[in-house]
Design a protein around this ligand. Sequence first.
Ligand code: HEM
Length: 477
Amino acid sequence: MTDTTDTTDTRADTRADTGADSGLPPRPPEPPLRAKVRLMRTLLREPAPALDELRREYGPVVGLGTWPARMAVVGGPAAIREMFQAGADTYRWGHRFMFGLRFVVGSGSMIVSDGEDHKRRRRAAQGAFSRPRLDDMVPMILRRTDEAIDELARSTAPGAEIDLHPFGRHLIIGITLEAFFGPRIAARVDEISALLQSSQDFLEAPAVQQMPQPLSLRRRGRVRADLRAIDRIVGEEIELRRGDRGAAREDLLQSLIEDDSLSEEEVYDQAMTAMGAGFDTTSATLAWTLVRAGRSPEVWSRLRAEADRVLVEPRTASPSEPSTLTELSEARNVVHESLRLHPAGLFATREAARDVSIGGFTIRRGTLIVWSPYLAGRDEDSWTEPLRFDPDRFNDLDADQQAQADQAWIPFGRGPHMCLGFALAQMELTLTIARLAQRLDVTATSTEIPRPFGLVVNRPTGGAVLRVTCDVPRGGS
Ligand code: HEM
């Protein structure tokens, strides 16, 4: 893990912000000053209502902030597509506002890199996400889900009210650790999960508390100590593998160690990136999926019927044929629909490296572009009854409808920095929700949909609370 001072050359545009450039489209509309200040503040504390208001009141592309922190919020699906279509060198991901993330994942992480460095770092990790590698993970994901449910059954009374978010987080962390770092590291899931908490809290804190300044020294010190402890755990595993004392594995860590193009520090930074990017995003989505599916007895029983058909007894059998996932179409749609309404990141950012035209407006060089899969997923021109949870909406689409849905369904982004774990996350979510529906009876304790909270990772306020009974005997099962 590296912690370097931000030396990014932002080349921020210092021209007076008049928007009077000849030959360029106009600058995007902006809220009046007072509303702008209020919306900026809300966006950085509770993004969902601010994003909703910006889209509703000002349109698909809105200017916010002012130099040197000029921002543009892009929420219309067509505008976001146009943004994705501009070449990678139009944007910078290693920008000056990434100081908090860079502190956690290290300055050698792909997620805060650009150009050739980004390509090299991403390429080193990519093999671990190939389809055959993912297919090999299916039995392990089911086994871990079964073990977690067995433990839940032992530790809770039938019909107890349980927040399934921490349950799901623990499960997803275990799955991801075993998949990427092997069983020895996965056995330390409790320790690693606790060590990751401080960096999650740090990234969710207001930006000023993330900056290197006297008041944040303690918080940063705690995060740094926990990250070093994780580095030590990863380092021990690397030593064991280099000493040939562990069986050779085909996983992310092995791909990183064997890639000669990476420095030692870059290996650690990509490892930390996988942990940072993979756990809380996926477990927050599982929580939202449980919130939504758990409120619909019809959806839950369809998930169960499908799982009974596809994930056959004995429960720990290895249905590793790739067809398993294809056959879980109900579960896939439920996950897809949850990601549409509740993407793990309500927004993601990149900086304009040059003037760029988006949605008929000029976004000036140096502007922080805040694009929102949340707004695209709720866009009224793209989705029928956008706020309704309807997993069947993805069935039987004609070519035009499919193109429209593809444009507006973007929880994982697109382009050179598109989420590397997109297929893994969807596979984990599809298998876990199917197995949970197969083995748990659930009743929602409230019909209300919780408010989203979290700046970096969108989670349901209050968690995913359901009344749960495990393994109720069923006729013929
Ligand atoms: C539901 C779960 C997830 C969601 C919604 C999600 C979403 C995203 C988004 C929106 C981005 C940024 C795209 C951009 O800036 O253009 C991203 C990047 C990334 N995600 Fe995910 N992610 C999820 C799970 C995972 C998992 C399981 C991993 C596995 C390690 C992962 C690894 C990454 C990495 C490495 C990047 C940076 C890629 C790059 O910079 O080239 N994510 N993700």
